[in-house]
Ligand binder design. Structure first.
Ligand code: NAD
Length: 92
């Protein structure tokens, strides 16, 4: 959807489900090397106009297995990335 609107899109993802696809994906999703959102640094988002945060442990069984881990990723890392205190650098 974003690409069809003319935006350049790439992904920062840990790749937990890499190789688990039932078939080929719809297109190259622009994924970079696997990266944990909890380790995200200013350089990871430098030059981007916007960040859409979808990195998450997104199902209830995973949450039940380790609630703190889910909280750290889904809440803590997302809030840290969005906070005004997260360091920003220019891409240039
Ligand atoms: N799919 C839906 O219908 C739906 C609906 C409403 C809300 N959401 C929410 O949207 C978000 C994404 O959902 P989804 O269906 O794409 O989930 P998904 O499980 O398919 O994808 C989550 C992605 O996050 C990555 N990830 C997990 N931990 C990470 C980490 N520490 N660092 C970097 N990447 C990490 C995984 O590798 C995976 O690719 C979730 O928060 C989910 O709750 C999804």
């Amino acid at each position: 959807m974003l690409r069809s609107a003319g935006h350049e899109v790439s992904g920062l993802d840990l790749g937990l489900y890499e190789g688990c696809d039932l078939g080929p994906g719809p297109e190259d999703i622009g994924a970079r090397a696997p990266r944990d959102i909890r380790d995200a640094e200013a350089r990871d988002i430098a030059g981007y106009d916007a960040v859409i945060c979808l990195a998450a442990l997104s199902n209830d069984p995973l949450g039940n297995l380790n609630a703190n881990l889910t909280y750290d990723i889904n809440h803590g890392a997302s809030v840290r990335l969005a906070a005004p205190s997260f360091p920003r650098i220019d891409a240039t």
